[in-house]
Design a protein around this ligand. Structure first.
Ligand code: FES
Ligand code: FE2
Length: 411
């Protein structure tokens, strides 16, 4: 249960809110690189933290992320001309560089200084792993771009599924920090070899947590025979990343995992990026089915307006929900709570332990931030840019061996 005040504090992210200001201090995904795949291609609208923005890739390949509305009189730059290293408004031809500098005001008289007096709002961008990341905070607080393990593998070993979630980011994030739902929401009646652990005897794991600088590490520990355990280790990473162990085992080790970014579009909508990667090999065709569930704008074909095309017959015979594809199942569970769930009326149980930890971490971060402290997990010194310890694992451990041994030596 959360008070109305704490729920508001956690869920409101538009400019000027405490959480909105906190989130703006991190590098966050703005869009996929493929959405602006070539220099001078069509600009793309980007709704992010309640702001209306437009992204474009300039002639030299650099990326601009600008306020969508022209500084002159507000026409949308989405319709603009992306040409000769700048984005030109179609109304009176004002042209902007990727940094928001006004390069040209052709309707003004020769010698006009207007263009030197106006600066359009622009956010810096960095591309990594197929995602364009941006930083929307104060310029003097720009942190080092973090070297998370999932961003450090070759592009062909990465697979990203982007989708639009029609609810507040926290509902999405809480789904990523909730391994208990796997046994129900995602249950297939035919055993699924890829998710073998769902068929284990111990269906009620014990949880243990460690606070990290940048988030929370969570171990779900299932008892096996003879005192042995099976541990699955997930992470919550500021500001809204849930990293969970998925994928196959290679030589007894988990071959990659996935990091899910639940990026707030606004208070009531979220861009979800499921960032899968493998340590050992490229993704093949057989891995790439996850895109078929959204349209060209990453909106789900099965959505709340068509009840996710739930099939009651399949619910009896095929899977627990009668809904196809785990991302649709997640969306149904979280969107059907409403745009922002009222956490005053929930009843949390032992299986919600990770969610409680994540809320606690986020609440402490935002309250400390309001009191003037720096946000957790940011780095400003490139020499400290080491996040190798943010590794998810799934491991069988002999009796008396702790899952913490997987992270010895600070790893
Ligand atoms: S509104 Fe954009 S140039 Fe006038
Ligand atoms: Fe799920």
């Amino acid at each position: 249960m959360l008070s109305v005040e704490d729920n508001n504090l956690l869920t409101r992210i538009e400019a000027g809110t405490p959480m909105g200001n906190l989130f703006r201090r991190y590098w966050i995904p703005a869009l996929l690189s493929e959405e602006i795949s070539e220099p001078d291609c069509a600009p793309v609208r980007v709704r992010l933290l309640g702001e209306e923005l437009v992204a474009f890739r300039a002639t030299d390949g650099t990326i601009g992320l600008l306020n969508e509305h022209c500084a002159h009189r507000g026409t949308s730059l989405f319709f603009g001309r992306n040409e000769e290293c700048g984005l030109r408004c179609i109304y009176h031809g004002w042209k902007y560089g990727v940094d928001g500098k006004v390069l040209d005001t052709p309707a003004e008289p020769a010698g006009s200084q207007l263009k030197n007096k106006v600066r359009h709002n622009a956010y810096p961008c960095v591309e990594a792993g197929g995602i364009v990341f941006t930083y929307m905070g104060p310029k003097e607080k720009l942190p080092v771009f973090p070297s998370y393990p999932w961003l450090g593998v070759p592009q062909e070993q990465i697979y990203i599924a982007k989708s639009f979630l029609e609810c507040n980011y926290l509902q999405g994030l809480e789904g990523d920090c909730d391994s208990a739902h796997l046994n129900y929401l995602h249950r297939m009646f035919k055993p699924d070899a890829r998710r073998e652990f769902l068929n284990l005897v111990d269906q009620s794991p014990d949880f243990e947590f460690d606070d990290l600088d940048c988030g929370v590490r969570a171990a779900a520990i299932r008892n096996m025979t003879g005192g042995a355990t099976y541990a699955r280790i997930s992470h919550f990473v500021m500001p809204f990343i849930g990293a969970v162990p998925v994928g196959s085992m290679v030589d007894g080790k988990l071959d990659g995992f996935k990091a899910v970014y639940q990026v707030p579009a606004d208070n009531h909508n979220t861009w979800r990026y499921d960032f899968f990667f493998k340590w050992s090999r490229p993704f093949g065709k057989e891995d790439s089915s996850k895109r078929d569930f959204v349209d060209a704008g990453y909106k789900k074909l099965r959505n709340k307006r068509n009840n996710y095309l739930q099939d009651r017959e399949r619910q009896k015979t095929v899977n627990f929900t009668g809904i196809t594809e785990f991302l649709n199942q997640d969306a149904c569970a979280t969107e059907s709570m409403g745009p922002v769930v009222n956490r005053m009326v929930e009843h949390l149980g032992a299986s919600d332990a990770f969610i409680i930890q994540v809320r606690r971490f986020l609440l402490r971060a935002v309250k400390d931030f309001q009191a003037g402290k720096e946000p957790p997990g940011l780095i400003f010194d490139a020499a400290q840019n080491n996040f190798a310890h943010l590794r998810c694992e799934a491991a069988h451990l002999p009796a008396k061996v702790s899952w913490r041994s997987l992270y010895e030596n600070g790893e």
